[in-house]
Design a protein around this ligand. Structure first.
Ligand SMILES: NC(=O)C1=CN([C@@H]2O[C@H](COP(=O)(O)OP(=O)(O)OC[C@H]3O[C@@H](n4cnc5c(N)ncnc54)[C@H](O)[C@@H]3O)[C@@H](O)[C@H]2O)C=CC1
Ligand SMILES: NCC(=O)COP(=O)(O)O
Length: 328
């Protein structure tokens, strides 16, 4: 019999929809142990606000129990100040990162098989005086890994060469070493985690029309093509660099296992348009499994009962699948 995957779910920004989604997903039976890392009272209050029944079970690491509908195992970490849905407070930024650290250490030490994250609000953490750009970079630093952000949805996988940095800095971040490293990680994890034997990766150009033979920018000629040539010589199946505006058409996409986009808003709007509400963000290159939702904190919906838990459901499903593959 397969062992029961043990998932840590961080509830994210307490004033956002993360706690709501934890309460909503708790109403379904799931083939895993699901442990929410959050303030116990916050989850209890949000359940009451949403008028959802919820039996809270205090988590103990030695007790592995399958998630059952209407209950939630919680590993409680106290928020610093009371939470009002929709109202950000810098005083709770350290709490958010504490839940994330706890869950990551739990995954690294084998207490949990995978980490699933609800959204955090990047801005409020920075306003609290803590340098932070996203879970992806935070987990890379915490585990000492080179990572790649990849989103999966709408029959697409889109991985990013750069993540949370100003557009002005993107071109400087596109270096031979960075692209080579990221493509190696994608290739490795598509094979190892997604069981695609010889992945075909389509690589977008940075500039309009992939630089139009150098007339609209030289990064393709000077950097991207040399990286692709080197990795093709090693046997990788790489297509491109392709103009980003024409590569995302369904007929072409069916030939690619993954699109490697050069920056956040080159790749993600396309994927989210195709799959918002069912997309999953997965971090490649980590020594642990981490999946996440495809949306943000939606402060406007916190506490209203109108948040859609579809993406969290898919993120949990993917975490279970990846954890089972790890055990196989
Ligand atoms: N994984 C993460 O931690 C992510 C965090 N964020 C953070 O979220 C914050 C807010 O970002 P926004 O760009 O406003 O994006 P957002 O996704 O929070 O909201 C955009 C729109 O989508 C709606 N929406 C979002 N999630 C929904 C759901 N589950 N069900 C129904 N409607 C939903 C919102 O109500 C809003 O109208 C930012 O500070 C950003 O840093 C953004 C993306 C991912
Ligand atoms: N737009 C996706 C996103 O911002 C997710 O970031 P992360 O917090 O998962 O690094």
């Amino acid at each position: 019999m397969k062992p029961l995957p043990k998932l840590a779910l961080t509830a994210g920004e307490p004033a956002g929809i993360g706690p709501d989604l934890c309460v909503q997903i708790a109403q379904e039976a799931l083939p895993c142990q699901l442990v929410v890392i959050a303030d116990r009272n916050l989850i209890k209050e949000r359940a009451a606000m949403l008028q959802q029944p919820l039996e809270i079970i205090d988590y103990t690491p030695d007790c592995v129990r399958e998630h059952s509908a209407g209950s939630l195992q919680i590993c409680s970490i106290s928020a610093e100040v009371p939470v009002l849905p929709g109202k950000l407070d810098t005083a709770n930024a350290a709490y958010v990162l504490k839940t994330l650290r706890y869950a990551t250490v739990g995954c690294s030490s084998g207490i949990f098989d995978a980490l699933v994250t609800a959204p955090v609000h990047k801005g409020i953490i920075v306003e609290a005086g803590i340098p932070f750009t996203g879970h992806t970079e935070f987990l890379a630093e915490m585990t000492g890994s080179d990572v790649v952000m990849m989103l999966v949805g709408g029959n697409m996988r889109v991985a990013l060469a750069t993540t949370h940095l100003p557009l002005r800095s993107v071109a400087d971040a596109i270096t031979f070493e960075q692209l080579e490293q990221k493509l190696r990680i994608i290739h490795h994890d598509l094979r190892g985690r997604f069981l695609i034997d010889k992945p075909c990766i389509a690589v977008a150009g940075l500039n309009p029309h992939a630089g139009e033979s150098g007339h609209l920018g030289r990064e393709e000629i000077d950097i991207i093509i040399p990286v692709l040539d080197q990795l093709r010589n090693e046997g990788m199946n790489l297509v491109g660099p392709l103009p980003a505006d024409t590569l995302f058409n369904p007929a072409r996409l069916q030939h690619y296992d993954c699109v490697f986009a050069m920056y956040h808003d080159q790749g993600l709007p396309v994927l989210k348009y195709a799959s918002f509400g069912s997309g999953v963000n997965v971090t490649l290159g980590l020594p642990i499994i981490r999946t996440s939702v495809d949306h943000g904190t939606a402060l406007d919906l916190a506490g209203t009962g109108n948040a859609d838990a579809g993406s969290l459901r898919m993120a949990i499903e993917m975490a279970i699948t990846l954890a089972q593959k790890k055990h196989a």
